[in-house]
Design a protein around this ligand. Structure first.
Ligand code: DOR
Ligand code: ZN
Length: 366
């Protein structure tokens, strides 16, 4: 029988009211930053309030000069962080040790007993800022990795090979092939955080890996692809390591971060450098995002209409992975544009934050 057009269900355009449901206000459990650079001295005092305003806790990276290699050094650094924040009892720094070829199983046992050292960070020697003291490979640290597995202390990895013959855009993928896959296989109970992942390859590796493996994702890798390094000229304030990648990788990171998978959680890698050390012939790697970190993540999640997934990523999955309680206080974001200053004070210097002299679509409600 011939059907008339009227027999078919009608597809009607949604009314204006139905089609756009825009979230204007978002209350989250207070988030934590699972990857942060705070530096020391006057620089520390300058940047710490930005993080403490937004986050309850932060995993503090140990790449100072000299690096934080022992529990005693971590204790001193922790005291300096707390002293730099005299009026805020609500922020807790979570300390890390810097893995060297001299780190011993006894250092790991002491870290576990300390109660304030929560992980050990592997910087392949020469991979990034202040990584000269790092181990040359994970192979050279097997006794320490075994101790970390036994004491259940997570390994945090800067996942890039340093082999100068490997293209800089392939260094993360090659690290998976040459080091990470073997380490995960050899230490099946070792918890590993693949830090600041930047590629689809890393997303897929983490998805397929056992539940002991997780990853942090930065706001800048969710918001920018490598074109941002060269827009109208060379852009040193968009240079970080691992370097920004192609759009296809940014899309993979966005999918992972907003997937609801507990393997992916927030780690800003906010890495402040004085302006003059970036605007120079050989500039430092690092992007400062602490001034508006959670707001920048809100922009990224909003871009793919997944603001409802922000709380898991920012406030729950990291705490669960580190086996710490989730926060109970909350933070409210509002869709109100904020203007970012052209520069911020940084001790005797200044630094240029992400979006300097521009706008961010979200703000914190006071
Ligand atoms: O861009 C980066 N900056 N990547 C790192 O791995 C280190 C960081 C820093 O400490 O400046
Ligand atoms: Zn970092």
């Amino acid at each position: 029988m011939l059907r008339m057009w009227d027999d078919f269900p009608k597809i009607t355009a949604p009314s204006d009211e139905e089609s756009v449901v825009s979230i204007e206000r978002l209350t989250l459990l207070r988030p934590d930053d699972w990857h942060l650079h705070l530096r020391d001295g006057a620089a520390l005092a300058a940047v710490l309030p930005d993080t403490a305003r937004r986050f309850a806790r932060a995993i503090v990276m140990p790449n100072l000069v000299p690096p934080i290699t022992t529990v005693a050094l971590a204790a001193g650094y922790r005291d300096r962080i707390l002293a730099a924040l005299p009026n805020n009892p609500h922020f807790t720094p979570l300390m890390t040790l810097y893995l060297t070829e001299r780190t011993s199983p006894a250092d790991i046992a002491a870290a576990r007993t300390s109660g304030f050292v929560h992980a050990v960070k592997y910087y392949p020697a020469g991979a990034t800022t202040h990584s000269d003291a790092g181990a040359r490979s994970l192979d050279r640290c097997e006794a320490v990795l075994a101790a970390m597995e036994a004491h259940d202390l997570p390994l945090l990895v800067h996942g890039e090979v340093t082999d100068p013959t490997v293209d800089v855009f392939d260094r993360e993928r090659t690290f998976i092939e040459r080091e990470l896959a073997a380490t995960v296989a050899k230490f099946p109970r070792l918890r590993v955080v693949f830090e600041h992942i930047t590629t689809r390859d890393a997303v897929e590796f983490v998805e397929r890996a056992p539940a002991t493996v997780a990853a942090t994702i930065t706001a800048h890798h969710l918001l920018l692809n490598r074109n941002a390094l060269f827009t109208g000229g060379i852009r040193p304030h968009h240079y970080c390591l691992p370097v920004l990648k192609r759009e296809v990788h940014r899309q993979a990171l966005l999918r992972a971060a907003t997937s609801g998978s507990p393997k992916f959680f927030l780690g800003t890698d906010s890495a402040p450098h004085a302006r003059h050390t970036k605007e120079v012939a050989c500039g430092c790697a690092g992007i400062y995002t602490a001034h508006a970190a959670i707001e920048l993540y809100a922009e990224a999640f909003d871009e793919v209409d997944k603001l409802d997934r922000l709380e898991g990523f920012a406030s729950c999955f990291g705490a669960d992975f580190y086996r710490l309680p989730r926060n109970t206080a909350v933070l409210t974001l509002v869709r109100t544009t904020q203007r970012v200053p052209a520069e911020l004070p940084f001790g005797d210097d200044c630094l240029v934050p992400l979006r300097a002299d521009g706008e961010i679509a979200w703000s914190i409600a006071d």
